[in-house]
Design a protein around this ligand. Structure first.
Ligand code: COA
Length: 341
């Protein structure tokens, strides 16, 4: 097929799901040696959502996906690829959460796969969706970022347990012949030499599940906090400067900067380095904490449901996570205007 006939990838819709249960900093004060004041000052987080015991990553992903599909005005039968980004899958390591999400949505006989890129997962999926669509292989890709991070958090470790939350976000990426609607650029990268900055050491081939791994808490997320913080600011800033320069776009011309929601201080440092005005930067970290692969789509959804995301407006996505992974994207939102569903 000549390139002239091949379609472009377009961001058609967004949906999200946040579990009902809210865990506030004041609740955490009763569980560990911490304070609302410390958490707000160091992270900007006030509360996070926690999934119910019988609510799993695939349930949250499927709920977000249902909304995204409806808002894209397509039928489930139109979806020809299901991608899920998560580091808290329903099962380690099979079946994939994407298979279970597909099943819960009644999507059959369609390729479904998971990727593991931690907090960069959703933007990583955009690169994959774009490649499938622009090669002509698929037409409507469902991308889901979903996490039950509470399932891998040690609730006695005050350094990590204050940071994370549960939730899901989903989008429909569709083929278009209209170049104006297409992604402008997506970029993703990785550096495994920082693998131990953020990791769950077990279960896996290095540390198969055993009484010893459980006793040592190796199934919980472990993090080098201040090293991760510094690397996050440096990497996010560099990455976003590069994608803007490459596409000849100035930071002040971006209406919606949607960074990974890990820590308000990281977001502020990156925003300041780019001289972004407050109203350009989308913030949800105060109410959801860090929801890893769900963080960016949940933030896009918040912007959408505020009524401030209109057809054709440019979004700049910028993310960073365990691996080390990082990714950025420049793309217009080309879906419907929000009306109360
Ligand atoms: N409540 C109260 N005190 C706490 C605490 C908590 N929840 N967690 C740590 N502390 C204490 C530490 O024990 C330390 O005490 P000490 O000085 O007596 O030893 C002090 O606070 C400072 O700890 P430090 O780790 O240096 O704090 P920090 O300013 O680096 O903030 C993080 C800690 C985790 C908030 C910060 O490093 C961070 O956000 N890192 C990036 C994490 C991240 O975004 N990860 C995901 C990337 S996708």
């Amino acid at each position: 097929m000549s390139r002239d006939l091949l379609p472009f990838a377009a961001f058609r819709s967004i949906g999200a799901y946040a579990p009902e249960k809210i865990l506030t900093n004041f609740d955490l004060e009763k569980m560990i040696d911490t304070s609302d004041e410390w958490i707000v000052k160091r992270t900007g987080i006030k509360e996070r959502r926690i999934a119910a015991d019988d609510e799993f990553t695939s349930d949250m992903g499927a709920k977000a996906a249902e909304i995204a599909i409806e808002r894209a005005n397509i039928s489930r039968k139109d979806i020809d690829l299901v991608l899920c980004a998560t580091v808290t899958p329903d099962y380690f390591n099979m079946p994939s959460t994407a298979c279970i999400v597909s099943h819960k949505l009644g999507i059959r006989d369609v390729q479904a796969l998971d990727i593991s890129a931690a907090c960069s997962g959703f933007v990583y999926l955009l690169t994959i969706a774009k490649a499938f669509i622009e090669s002509g292989m698929k037409k409507n890709v469902l991308v889901v970022g979903a996490e039950k991070f509470s399932s891998i958090v040690d609730w006695t470790d005050r350094i990590t347990c204050i940071l994370f939350g549960d939730g899901a976000g989903a989008a429909i990426i569709s083929a278009t012949q209209n170049k104006e609607e297409s992604f402008i650029d997506v970029h993703a990268s990785a550096d495994g030499s920082y693998a131990d900055f953020l990791m769950t050491p077990a279960p896996g081939s290095v540390n198969p599940m055993s009484q010893k791994t459980l006793d040592e808490g190796l199934n919980f997320v472990q993090m080098k906090g201040s090293e991760t913080f510094k690397l996050a600011v440096k990497t996010l800033t560099r990455d976003v400067k590069e994608i803007l320069a490459k596409n000849n776009i100035k930071p002040e011309d971006i209406p919606h900067f949607i960074p990974h929601q890990a820590n308000y201080r990281i977001i502020k440092a990156v925003g300041d380095a780019l001289r972004m005005r407050d109203e350009q930067v989308v913030l949800t970290v105060h109410k959801y904490g860090n929801t890893s692969a769900a963080s960016i789509p949940m933030a896009i959804n918040d912007l959408y449901e505020s009524g401030n995301l209109k057809y054709g407006e440019l979004m700049l996505l910028d993310t960073f996570g365990g691996g080390l992974t990082w990714a950025s994207a420049l793309l217009p939102y080309v879906g419907n205007k929000y009306t109360h569903d």
